[in-house]
Design a protein around this ligand. Structure first.
Ligand code: PLP
Length: 499
């Protein structure tokens, strides 16, 4: 299996190269040259395995340059007992007849990014051994919250790696800051910067591409790599859980082999739902993929009309991980829907860069409509849904998941499509205590202290606070450094001990 670039089809690299490089030279994203297809028998076989077994089988289809032993080590390292608080890793639970929730937040940071970022360090170090002479990998992350913490947890104490996270000092929630600054591990560091997220991101990119800094690293047998969501190594682990949820529904007797299901995904950068698209193309019987957005509904409009337009008002919402106007992974979908047309993708991306918009042709649009439905809801509807779902089913969902739940019920009402459905749940409700508390009818319980709010939420619902969040209260703060933008290069070299 080889990988090519969405913007240049003459590129041909192995999985290990795609994962170590992160992004293709001319700016395109790596995509598999052919999407592997599986049989019904294969799915039946997967259903007999646990999550680790399922992950290994799916990864083997994509990472053909990894040995069986390497794959084994990777999946066990990521998903072995104790890493995730649910023994199924990603359990599928029923909301009501025909409506199921795929819980992707039982990992160490209580958000779905753990599903990929627990595995990525293993994929990356294994890839680097093959392609980069076992160089020490230095991961630089600029984060607005969830990704930084998930990367720290994923890479902590992984041999031959360092992870350095920069966050805007006034741009993350108190709980997110605490999660990062109490991070354990000998190879991790966290630094606040005076500036906003864009400042952090721009500076990280500058350091990442500086020939001078790269040369300094090379002298010490180190190299930069990235853990952001355009890396193929973050996408492939996400395909696994869509197979896994289908297997779970089979085992629970809710569907028979071959029955179609619908999948609903709360979407930001289009990574999670793209993984579901790959699962569909590979042979998981999926009828529709519902792409759910908050008030930043650029994708809803795109799926309705074929017109992508990022020139619009940006809303800060209670589902912040979906506050995105440029969904980078959509580029991969455009490549596949256009029949691997790299010049078409290039034109679209140039249009986006220059004019802020592009329109797809009729054939791409029809394929898009064949697989996808779009929907959106605002903060008021999100809160209403959290309250409503809690009262009707005694199930508590976070703000991101609630967007997907709302979009699903709107779709059901509009279409009457009663196909068994799986809604991806992307975060623990305790990560977003203020909005969730308010939504379940306790406005007066909202206060300054994140731990107090989690306790109040626990009292109201009887649902326990996830252990990783509860434990932060007793952990010492390890990282207090605040740097200016201009100091960031020095901070990096200092932390790596190569100044
Ligand atoms: C990152 C994130 C999303 C969006 O996922 P994409 O893959 O970017 O579409 C949704 N919910 C939560 C909680 C997230 O952290």
């Amino acid at each position: 299996m080889y990988y090519t670039s969405t913007r240049d089809k003459s590129v041909k690299v192995t999985a290990a190269q795609a994962i170590t490089n992160g992004i293709s030279k001319e700016g395109g994203l790596y995509v598999p040259c052919e999407i592997p297809c599986v049989s019904r028998e294969f799915i039946k076989h997967l259903a007999e395995l646990d999550y680790i077994g399922r992950a290994k089988e799916i990864l083997a289809l994509y990472l053909t340059d990894f040995t069986e032993q390497e794959l084994d080590d990777c999946v066990h390292g990521a998903y072995k007992a104790g890493k995730f608080t649910a023994k199924e890793v990603a359990p599928t639970v029923a909301l009501e007849n025909g409506v199921n929730i795929l819980e992707l937040w039982h990992g160490p940071t209580c958000a779905f990014k753990d599903m990929a970022l627990q595995l990525l360090p293993y994929l990356l170090t294994t890839s680097a051994k093959k392609t980069a002479d076992g160089k020490q990998i230095v991961i630089l992350v600029a984060t607005s919250g969830d990704t930084g913490k998930a990367a720290l947890e994923g890479f902590k104490d992984v041999e031959n790696t360092n992870v350095l996270v920069f966050y805007p000092n006034d741009g993350v929630s108190a709980m997110q800051k605490l999660q990062m600054c109490t991070q354990e591990g000998a190879n991790v560091a966290v630094c606040a910067i005076n500036g906003n997220f864009d400042d952090a991101q721009t500076s990280v990119k500058e350091i990442f591409t500086s020939e001078q800094v790269k040369a300094k690293l090379a002298e010490k047998n180190m190299m930069f790599s990235s853990a952001n969501s355009i890396n193929w190594g973050r996408l492939v682990p996400q395909i696994v859980y869509y197979f896994s949820t289908y297997c779970d529904l089979l085992n629970q007797g809710k569907i028979s082999l071959g029955d179609k299901i619908n999948i609903v995904v709360p979407t930001g950068n289009f990574g999670n739902i793209l993984a579901a698209y790959y699962a569909k193309e590979m042979g998981v019987p999926i009828k529709k993929l519902l792409c759910a957005s908050n008030a930043n509904n650029v994708l809803t409009e795109f799926i309705d009309s074929g017109f992508y337009n990022k020139d619009r008002e940006f809303f800060t919402t209670i589902s912040p991980s979906m506050d995105i106007l440029v969904s980078s992974n959509l580029e991969r979908l455009l490549f596949h829907l256009s029949g691997d047309n790299d010049s078409f993708v290039k034109d679209c991306m140039e249009g986006l860069f220059e004019d802020g918009c592009y329109t797809v042709n009729r054939s791409v649009y029809e394929k898009l409509k064949g697989s996808f439905e779009g929907g959106c809801c605002d903060d008021a509807a999100t809160k209403e849904t959290i309250g409503d779902i809690y009262r009707r089913f005694h199930y508590l969902c976070d703000t991101h998941t609630a967007v997907a739940v709302r979009v699903f019920y709107n779709y059901l009402e509009k279409t009457g499509d009663t196909t068994p459905t799986v809604i991806a749940s992307t975060a623990s409700p305790y990560k977003f205590s203020p909005a969730v508390l308010e939504a379940v009818g306790s406005k007066e319980a909202v206060c300054e202290d994140g731990f107090v709010m989690m306790e109040r939420l626990q009292e109201i619902t009887g649902e326990p606070i996830p252990a990783p969040l509860a434990a932060i209260q007793n952990k010492p703060v390890r990282f207090e450094k605040v740097a200016e933008r201009s100091e960031m290069t020095d901070v990096v070299l200092d932390l790596l001990g190569i100044k």
